[in-house]
Design a protein around this ligand. Structure first.
Ligand SMILES: [Zn+2]
Length: 288
């Protein structure tokens, strides 16, 4: 019979089986020596012996705190005189915020272990040898992802998801297995701790393509598919969440495969202004 532990082992093994081969090129020595910048998605093979434990609660910071100044609407004009453009901007951001699309999850601002999106929808375009458990996104993001894949196909580009939604428990299982094998310090350099992965929001998706054999590789950014993603994802509401050169802001290494859905309005602004989500939310004083 299949017991729970064995099933979990198989789930993890299937998720990671191909990530094993690709991590060697990632993570500069400088970044790792800072001790605060790690990877988000984790590579390497694992041995799961302590997988049956209940998830522990992380140290949660006040989710309402943290965001500071930078409110562009604070021009001194009253609401009636506010330019139409600013009103439109504010309305768009409020709408995205009300739908939870601007939710910020990082090392400083973890998400509650209990958070699970209510509108998860299965993704069609997936790499089949990865864990089916992660094959979901929030409905709006899933529809947008399908549109992205379709447009890419019309441009002769093949894009598929490798993982999308990860529950808190799933991320904990991953991280614990890395710690057991590599030690916590090393695990922090390539994997998000449970509660610190935005995959738990149902708004993140890791993508890959045939040219890198569906691996999660830094080299993806140099391929035709990776370049297409970087240039076009915003049109469908996605941003490259961990861009190169912004590691000190995001807290995570460059990940050309990790997309985050924020809606088309915010995605275009973030893309056009070359910002991270952290910088964008700070600039427009969006409090999450
Ligand atoms: Zn990811």
């Amino acid at each position: 019979m299949w017991n729970e532990k064995r099933i979990k082992t198989l789930v993890i093994a299937s998720l990671l089986i191909t990530e094993t081969f690709v991590w060697t090129a990632s993570g500069s020595i400088d970044s790792q020596s800072l001790g605060i910048i790690g990877g988000s998605d984790g590579p390497t093979s694992i041995d799961i012996r302590n997988s049956g434990e209940k998830p522990e609660l992380p140290d949660l910071e006040d989710p309402a705190g943290g965001q500071a100044d930078g409110d562009l609407s604070g021009t001194g004009e009253d609401a009636d005189n506010q330019p139409q453009e600013d009103k439109h901007h504010e309305k768009e951001l409020q709408e995205a915020e009300s739908k939870g699309l601007l939710l910020l999850v990082n090392k400083k601002q973890p998400i509650s272990p209990d958070y699970k999106p209510e509108d998860l929808q299965e993704i069609r375009d997936f790499v089949p040898d990865r864990s089916p458990e992660t094959r979901y996104m929030r409905a709006e993001a899933a529809d947008a992802f399908h549109n992205l894949v379709e447009q890419a196909a019309q441009d002769g580009i093949v894009i598929k998801m490798t993982t999308a939604y990860r529950s808190y428990g799933f991320q904990k299982l991953l991280f614990d297995s890395y710690v057991e094998k590599e030690g916590e310090e090393m695990a922090n350099t390539f994997s998000a701790k449970p509660g610190q992965s935005e995959h738990q929001t149902g708004l993140a998706v890791d993508v890959s393509s045939p040219s890198v054999d569906y691996q999660l590789s830094d080299d993806y950014g140099k391929t035709a598919e990776g370049k297409w993603v970087a240039a076009n994802a915003y049109r469908f509401g996605f941003i490259l969440r961990f861009p190169e050169g912004k590691e000190d802001i995001t807290g995570y290494q460059y990940e050309p495969w990790h997309l985050r859905y924020v809606g088309t309005f915010a995605a275009k602004e973030i893309h056009d202004q070359d910002l991270t989500l952290e910088e964008y939310l700070d600039k427009y004083n969006v409090k999450e």
